[in-house]
Design a protein around this ligand. Structure first.
Ligand code: IDP
Ligand code: MG
Length: 159
């Protein structure tokens, strides 16, 4: 099933110069980048993006973290794009994320520890959690004419 998903390199990932490394992992996995932008989102936009977490105790630190610098957002398309993106990204809490995943390789501190220290969970990257979330997030982050349709050589071998 061809799906779309939204991925965000969070401010810690951008500042650590991990954008290329992260894009490469999605490209290598056969996920087609159909839109991409660097943006420094404001508080209001962050609160909309993370609206589902409004009641969580970490909401304030999450909004502060995601707005502390520019992010690189990209939309990917491919077979099982939502699930495959989540697998590339790894578990939410970096100390539980498996080696080989983006979070497992580049982030290390548990969410609980980060919260206790008031650091915000610095887990490098975001990927939509479900198909519904992906559709809503892509609509929020990209205008229709910022998403593109083309064929990659990879598709020839996937199908
Ligand atoms: P996900 O990013 O793996 O989908 P969610 O549960 O949707 O994880 O949480 C959204 C984001 O909120 C996480 O990526 C992380 O940045 C932050 N977060 C989640 N749990 C905590 C926590 O316990 N403390 C601080 N931040 C957290
Ligand atoms: Mg989520």
């Amino acid at each position: 099933m061809i799906e779309r998903s939204l991925v965000i390199v969070k401010p810690d990932g951008v500042e650590r110069a991990l954008v290329g490394e992260i894009l490469k992992r999605f490209e290598n996995a056969g996920l087609k980048i159909i839109g991409i932008k660097m943006v420094w989102i404001d508080k209001k936009f962050a609160e909309t993006h993370y609206a589902a977490h409004k009641s969580k105790p970490f909401f304030k630190e999450l909004v502060e973290f995601i707005t502390e610098g520019p992010v690189v957002a990209f939309a990917v398309e491919g077979v099982h794009a939502v699930d495959n993106s989540r697998r590339l990204v790894g578990d939410t809490s970096p100390h539980e994320a498996a080696p080989g995943t983006i979070r497992g390789d580049f982030a290390h501190i548990s969410m609980a520890y980060a919260s206790k220290k008031g650091l915000g969970g610095k887990n490098v990257v975001h990927a939509s959690g479900s198909k519904k979330e992906a559709d809503e997030e892509i609509k929020l982050w990209f205008k229709k004419d910022e998403l593109h349709s083309y064929t990659t050589v990879h598709e020839k071998h996937v199908f």
